[in-house]
Each structure stands twice: as structure tokens, then as C-alpha cells.
Write a protein that binds this ligand. Structure first.
Ligand code: FBP
Length: 554
């Protein structure tokens, strides 16, 4: 027998009762809004989603007597899938869904598909009973049922899924995932609706990257906990840095594409330098420009006796240099047209790429350090994305800054020391114990999804809004996924996808950062936020991210 000794915190967290919006407590009624349109490319999206396009927004309100749907009197079964990268709070979405289903009818059943969307296709599942769900309440990780990145996109996969849906008599599937997985949920919903199959498909907004958000989805879950964990360790590094005053720390932070994580951590910890990829792109900066600017800050601090500091580097940076972005786009098309590429010898791959790219992109490809160039040609994830978590941008940058400082030394512009340390924070936070905010938000998203099933919705994302207010004031409902879509180039083809939310350079969070960064570069203004607090006064335990507070400011 394996004995697991739980800590006092784990035991206390197991008993934490997540908070729900008032509107979801007891019987609810559904209020329909106006018909909706997609954010862009309306005609194209409408054509691809003829059965699920234009549906109204849904909002749940407290009902005095009858429940919103007569069908709820009959018990029903639901399947749930965790999709993509782990994010703190996934287990609470499932426990909220479980409790929501049981509140509708005690006989309702929940099945978990194992290891991501592949579990649906391969018929790999288990029933989630109270014993199982209770074991995982308020815990981090996705290990209750596992996760995976299989992309659900072919009719064969949808048909295989249908076999198990029929066998388990599922009324709905809830896919907990990021923008790509929720796009897949919309495609699946459309497919089943077009075939008149009575199964609903719903999504829940998950990703630590924070880039699945818009007017209707204020935040993706996991962002709050992760940024708090990273900010704690960045703060600890800063305090170490300020104590010994001898190192420059280059810290890469997860976030496959958008720089929300880096920005939030910068607002929390006030580093000497933070790169925002979206700004790099908007200003058409080159790698050399960024390196020169960091070297400027290093030299300036050094001239005032500070041979130390911190640099935050967003994981997705490399793709935001306009020249490298153009290279990646051409590479994506080239690799999509070359199915045998993976079988080639690495030396042949390099030669093949150089000989097939346009002259401009081939030159850039050849100029990149070989490891980085190679990474750009390999290991796309199933959604066609470059796996930026494997590219050591923090080392690439610090190496280039060192070279620049060596030049500056010769020019008499730098006379200090430049000793470097490197860190990458990503996996350290993705399975952290969810903060109170994420515990409550996730539980509410899941509970809300049960209501969406109950009222017959399909092709909707579970939406909980008003998130800077106490949980009791949160607004619950459903948003048609097609409403968040536009057309983008993927694997050489135009595809309907949920529009990714990058850092808005006109938004309050970026403006707050931009106002302060020169001061943080000149002086040492490090801030040490400390660890997540789970128990204690509400101002310590229930506050969400600065990003969300700034976004809600007028
Ligand atoms: P999701 O978009 O699926 O939520 O995953 C985000 C992420 O955590 C990124 O920040 C990171 O680049 C990527 O996953 C890493 O992927 P993997 O877990 O496959 O290494």
C-alpha cells in the first residue's frame, strides 16, 4: 500500500468550499440576449457554422420556482475532457460541474475522458464518482483524468467520438481548454448539430497564458495562480539579487504567444527590465534593437554602482520579431507541404529549408544560432504551433547582451561586470494549488456549465464575469463560441479560430507598466509579493491579478 502523507494545508484545502455567484445558487432561469455576430470575418464564419452561428448570449438569473428546462427532471449523463497545458483549477471545474449536475438531478452522471481529447476518440474514460471528485477538490494539476493535445478536427474522430457518446448515452461533452481546444469544441458542436445528433458540446476557458479573453470572457483560469507563483519566485530572486548585488537574472516566463504573464509579473515585481513581445512587433524592433536596449540599461545601472538586475523575457518573444515571424510563417507553409521532413537527417533538413525559403528568410534562418533555427523547424504541437517553451530565449538574449557590452567596453561605454543567471518559470506554476480566486472561478465555471447543459445549449463557452467583484456578484451565462472567432492562416490554410487576445498596448495594464519602467530600470524598485495566501483576511487571500483590476478601471 502506498501511504501518502498529506500536509496540513492539503487537508485544509480539501475542505475549502468554493464560492458561487448568487445567481447560480438554487434554481436558475435563462435569459436570452440578442443574436450575435463573430468578431471578424462574419460571412466566412457564418458559412462554416450554419447551424451554430448567430446564437444569442445566455445569462442565468435566480428563478423563484421552476427550473429553466423541463428535461432536467430526467437524469442525464455528461462527459468532460481536459485539453492542452495544465492550469491551476482544472479539478475545480470538474468538481463544480459534478456538483452542478447533482444539484440538477442526483441521478446525473459524469464521465471523464482520459488524457485529453484523444480519450474521446479512443474510448478511454472513467466514471467520476463522488469519491474520486472529493479527492481532487481545490488541488492543482490535471491528474484526475489527465490531459493531452490531440486536435479534434476530422470527421473520423468525430464519428469515433459519437460511438462512445451513444454508448454512454451522453447528453453533453464539456471541453476544458484554451483557444484551440474551444475552437475544436465549436467545430464539434456544429458537426453534431448538422447531423441532428442530440449531443451538446460546451467549452470552458482554460490557459495560464491569459490570452483566451475578450469582452465576454474576462480571464482564462489558471492565470491568477500561475502569475502569483512566478511573482513570488521572481520577488525572491530580486531580494537575493539586491542582497548580493552581483548578478543579472534573465527570467523567461511561460506564455506561448501573448506576454500577459510577463506583464502581470512585471507589475507585481517591478523588475529592471521586461520585454513585451507585442510592443516589439508594433515598433518593428529587431533582436539587435532589444539587445542594445538591455545593454543600455545594464551599462547605465553599472555606471551608478549597480551591476545587478532582473530581465523578464516572455516565452513567445522570438515569434514577434517581424522578420522572424515572416520566417516562421513561410516555414509553417513549407513544412505543411513536406510531410517527409521529419524523416530527413538534421543536416539535410537545414539544407532543405535554406534552399526552399525565399532569399530574405533563408538569410535570417542562417543568421540564427543553429539550435534556435533548428527548433523553428521541429516539433510543432498538434495545433501547428512552434514549441517556444523549448527555445532558450533567455540565454540567447543574455549572450547577445554580453557581446554588446564587450563592444561597449572597447568603446569605453561600459566598465562594469556582467555576471548572468538564467531561469525559466512555466512548469513550476502550472499545477500549483489554485488560489482562492481560481478555486472559486473554476468551480463557478464548471457549475455554470452544468446549467448550460441543462438548458440545452451547444457551441457555447461557460462565462463568468464581473470578476473583480466578490464571487457572489459574479455574472454567469454562456457565450456562443462562434462569436469569438475570426479566420487565420494555419498550416498553410485559412481556418476559423478563436481570436487570441494579445497584450493591448493601449490598455491600462500596459500603460501602467510603460509609465514606470524607466524608473524601475534606473533605480532598484524590486517588489517582493510573497507566497499565495489561502487563509486569512480577504484583502490577502481573494485579490485577483493587477491585470484584471487595471482592465476594469475606467
Ligand atoms: P495551453 O495553451 O494549452 O493552455 O498551454 C499553454 C502552455 O502552458 C504555454 O504557456 C506553453 O508554451 C505550452 O503550454 C507548453 O506546452 P507543453 O505542456 O506541451 O510543454
Amino acid at each position: 500500500m502506498i501511504l501518502i502523507q498529506k500536509s496540513a494545508l492539503q487537508k485544509m484545502r480539501a475542505n475549502y468550499q468554493p464560492q458561487l455567484p448568487e445567481s447560480l445558487k438554487g434554481k436558475v432561469k435563462v435569459v436570452e440576449g440578442e443574436a450575435t455576430e463573430s468578431v471578424e470575418d462574419q460571412e466566412a464564419i457564418k458559412k462554416l457554422f450554419p447551424n451554430t452561428y448567430g446564437m444569442p448570449e445566455l445569462r442565468f438569473e435566480k428563478a423563484d420556482d421552476a427550473c429553466c428546462c423541463e428535461k432536467s427532471c430526467e437524469p442525464f449523463n455528461v462527459g468532460v475532457i481536459l485539453s492542452g497545458g495544465q492550469a491551476p483549477g482544472g479539478h475545480n471545474v470538474i468538481s463544480g460541474l459534478f456538483d452542478g449536475l447533482k444539484a440538477i438531478n442526483k441521478e446525473n452522471r459524469l464521465y471523464g475522458f482520459l488524457m485529453g481529447p484523444g480519450g474521446l476518440v479512443d474510448h478511454n474514460y472513467k466514471e467520476l464518482t463522488a469519491d474520486i471528485v472529493d479527492e481532487y477538490r481545490n488541488t492543482g494539476g490535471f491528474d484526475m483524468i489527465g490531459s493531452g493535445r490531440t486536435k479534434l478536427e476530422t470527421p473520423e474522430q468525430f464519428e469515433k467520438g459519437l460511438e462512445i457518446i451513444k454508448q454512454l448515452n451522453l447528453r453533453a461533452i464539456v471541453i476544458i481548454g484554451g483557444d484551440d481546444s474551444n475552437t475544436n469544441a465549436a467545430v464539434l458542436a456544429e458537426y453534431y448539430k448538422a447531423k441532428n445528433v442530440p449531443v451538446q458540446v460546451l467549452g470552458c476557458p482554460k490557459t495560464i497564458d491569459g490570452d483566451l479573453k475578450n469582452k465576454w470572457i474576462e480571464a482564462s483560469f489558471g492565470f491568477d495562480t500561475c502569475t502569483k507563483i512566478y511573482s513570488e519566485v521572481i520577488g525572491n530572486i530580486e531580494r537575493d539579487c539586491n542582497s548580493a548585488k552581483k548578478y543579472w537574472h534573465f527570467i523567461k516566463l511561460m506564455g506561448r504567444s501573448a506576454s500577459h504573464i510577463a506583464l502581470e509579473c512585471a507589475l507585481e515585481t517591478q523588475p529592471s527590465y521586461c520585454i513585451i513581445s507585442e510592443e516589439v512587433e508594433a515598433k518593428n524592433l529587431t533582436l539587435r534593437d532589444v539587445v542594445n536596449d538591455i545593454a543600455r540599461v545594464v551599462a547605465d545601472r553599472s555606471s551608478r554602482g549597480m551591476d545587478f538586475g532582473t530581465v523578464l523575457v516572455p516565452e513567445g518573444l522570438i515569434e514577434f520579431f517581424p522578420s522572424i515571424k515572416a520566417l516562421i510563417e513561410e516555414l509553417n507553409d513549407l513544412l505543411a507541404e513536406t510531410p517527409d521532413f521529419a524523416k530527413m537527417h538534421p543536416d539535410d533538413q537545414r539544407a532543405f529549408v535554406i534552399s526552399h525559403l525565399s532569399e530574405k528568410n533563408a538569410t535570417i534562418f542562417e543568421m540564427l544560432p543553429e539550435g534556435v533555427a533548428r527548433q523553428l523547424t521541429l516539433d510543432r504541437d498538434p495545433h501547428g504551433n512552434v514549441q517556444v517553451s523549448l527555445i532558450e530565449t533567455e540565454k540567447l538574449l543574455s549572450e547577445m547582451v554580453k557581446k554588446r557590452l564587450d563592444e561597449m567596453k572597447e568603446e569605453g561605454k561600459f566598465n562594469g561586470k556582467f555576471r548572468r543567471m538564467h531561469h525559466f518559470f512555466g512548469y513550476e506554476g502550472r499545477c500549483g494549488i489554485p488560489s482562492n480566486f481560481d478555486a472559486n472561478y473554476c468551480y463557478s465555471l464548471g457549475y455554470n456549465a452544468a446549467q448550460l447543459v441543462n438548458c440545452g445549449a451547444t457551441g457555447y463557452m461557460s462565462s463568468i464575469r464581473n470578476l473583480t467583484k466578490p464571487a457572489s456578484e459574479w455574472i454567469a451565462g454562456g457565450i456562443p463560441i462562434t462569436m469569438m472567432m475570426n479566420m487565420e492562416q494555419r498550416k498553410g490554410k485559412q481556418k476559423p479560430v478563436i481570436k487570441k487576445a494579445l497584450v493591448d498596448l493601449n490598455g491600462n495594464p500596459f500603460k501602467a507598466f510603460a509609465q514606470m519602467r524607466e524608473i524601475w530600470a534606473k533605480e532598484t524598485c524590486f517588489n517582493y509579493p510573497g507566497p499565495i495566501q489561502y487563509f486569512g483576511p480577504s484583502e490577502m487571500t481573494d485579490q485577483t491579478t493587477l491585470t484584471l483590476y487595471y482592465e476594469h478601471e475606467e
